[in-house]
Ligand binder design. Structure first.
Ligand code: FAD
Ligand code: DHB
Length: 433
């Protein structure tokens, strides 16, 4: 079998890339280790930056999003018994959209089936070969049968534990890592959300987050120690702890109910440089991990593959490699700023077991500064909704402050349901160029 771009991994990075390439008339094959139900069933992200929303519209994949996405103009931080609201829309002109990664994956897979994008499910023992030459290829096994895919480029979109990053010789890769001394215990429950916007809580007992998936489904998290297990947390204990940490004002509006998903995720910051080695390009969690506090992981996967797709399209259409040659540098410039924001937000909202009194005072001072300074809130808002992205050859769409060629998402979010508010492209409209 032969294709132009072999994509390893059918998570958000791999599937958005496949759609972008397909829309531009390029040929690709996606190789995924698991089956569709497994990938679609993984409960993960829930917050989409305007860049991600705009891409779903541009690709004609936003029908579910227009129907089920919740537009949020603000976000709240509960600290010292008070709720600090950061008005994203008035500070930076855009908000965020709450729409689950499971729904995003369903829309990407449904779209792939409808468009004939080739996905190989349950591809075992994927091996990348010839990456430093002109004729790379990928091999894998399906059941007892071995397969080979020849290609021009390989996109490593196979997440943190994938095979792509480890195919780069260790001496050519520099990694940076911070592992945090706690995790997030998250639940899903079919109860109405306790607040119509997200609440991030800094409490002496630890961090908590109130999020949602719809007007009838809530997503909640509490910070837990690394040695804690899901079984240590029956629902009643979870609800009691969550209410304490969110504070009385928010807890008074909280509805309890049985959880139907409960899991613990460790927190990590990680970056691998460069994001290109020969004909292999890394994107998404394969190259970098952020702690979930800033809701950046999936959105970074999206901005990576937008830049990568631009480079690949330029290669095939214009026979130029500037975009591919600068991909790693441009992607990393955005990645490091998201790493900074996620690390900072984690550091000011969580309890660190080894924090000394000085560190605790610094946390309080950070939160007090955020409460009292519009400049600090604007900086928070600018990062939380996602920094603009450098796309050479593209005209800037929105932000006056954005650098030449930078594109900020343009989604409007005035009110709750996207379908009532958005003047953007109708579902199915628009095509990637
Ligand atoms: P993945 O989603 O990990 O996809 C990689 C794919 O590659 C997988 O399907 C995997 O099965 C496949 N694969 C792996 N190895 C191989 C192999 N050897 N061969 C073939 N296939 C392979 N992000 C946000 O933006 N907003 C949020 O609100 C948010 N909240 C989060 C909350 C939690 C609790 C967690 C855990 C994460 C959260 N994230 C959030 C992060 C987000 O889920 C990830 O950053 C995102 O899934 C990364 O996408 P990806 O495609 O790069 O990697
Ligand atoms: C969600 C996850 C996050 O990491 C975050 O910062 C906000 C919301 C969520 O799952 O809804």
């Amino acid at each position: 079998m032969r294709t132009q771009v072999a994509i390893v991994g059918a998570g958000p990075a791999g599937m958005f890339l496949a759609h972008l390439l397909h829309a531009a008339g390029l040929d690709c094959v996606v190789l995924e280790r698991r089956d569709r139900a497994f990938v679609e069933g993984r409960v993960r992200a829930g917050v989409l930056e305007p860049i991600t929303v705009d891409l779903m519209r541009e690709l004609g994949l936003a029908e579910g999003l227009e129907r089920g996405g919740l537009a949020h103009d603000g976000v709240n931080i509960a600290t010292g018994g008070e709720l600090l609201r950061i008005d994203l829309a008035s500070l930076v002109g855009v908000g965020l959209t709450v729409y689950g990664q499971q729904e995003v994956m369903r829309d990407l897979f449904d779209g792939a089936v409808a468009r004939g994008i080739h996905i190989v499910w349950e591809a075992d023992d994927v091996v990348l070969e010839g990456l430093d030459g002109a004729e790379p290829f990928v091999t894998w096994r399906h059941g007892q049968t071995g397969h080979r895919l020849d290609c021009d480029f390989v996109a490593g979109c196979d997440g943190f534990h994938g095979v792509s990053r480890s195919s780069i010789p260790a001496q050519d890769l520099r990694t940076y890592e911070r592992v945090y001394p706690f995790g997030w215990l998250g639940i899903l429950a079919d109860v109405p959300p306790c607040n119509d916007e997200l609440v991030y809580a800094n409490h002496e007992r630890g961090f908590a987050l109130a999020s949602m998936r719809s007007e009838t489904r809530s997503r909640y998290y509490v910070q837990v120690a690394l040695d804690e297990q899901v079984d240590d947390w029956p629902d009643e204990r979870f609800w009691d702890e969550l209410c304490l940490r969110l504070g009385p004002q928010t807890a008074a509006k909280l509805t309890r109910g049985p959880s139907f998903e409960k899991s613990i995720a460790p927190l990590r910051s990680f970056v691998a440089e460069p994001m290109r080695w020969g004909r292999l390009f890394l994107a998404g969690d394969a190259a970098h991990i952020v702690p979930p506090t800033g809701a950046k992981g999936m959105n970074l996967a999206v901005s990576d593959v937008i830049m990568l797709a631009d480079g690949l399209i330029e290669h095939y259409r214009a026979n130029k490699d500037h975009g591919l040659e600068t991909y790693s540098k441009r992607a990393l410039a955005r990645v490091w700023k998201a790493e900074r924001f996620s690390w900072w937000l984690t550091s000011i909202t969580h309890r660190f077991p080894d924090a000394d009194p000085f560190s605790q005072q610094m946390q309080l001072a950070e939160l007090d500064y955020l409460r009292s300074s519009e400049a600090a809130q604007r900086s928070f808002a600018e990062n939380y909704v996602g920094l603009p992205m450098a796309r050479p050859g593209r005209r800037a769409k929105a932000s006056a402050a954005a650098p030449e060629g930078a594109v900020r998402g343009t989604s409007q979010s005035i009110g709750k349901k996207l379908e009532r508010t958005c003047a953007g492209a109708a579902p199915g409209e628009g095509k990637a160029t």
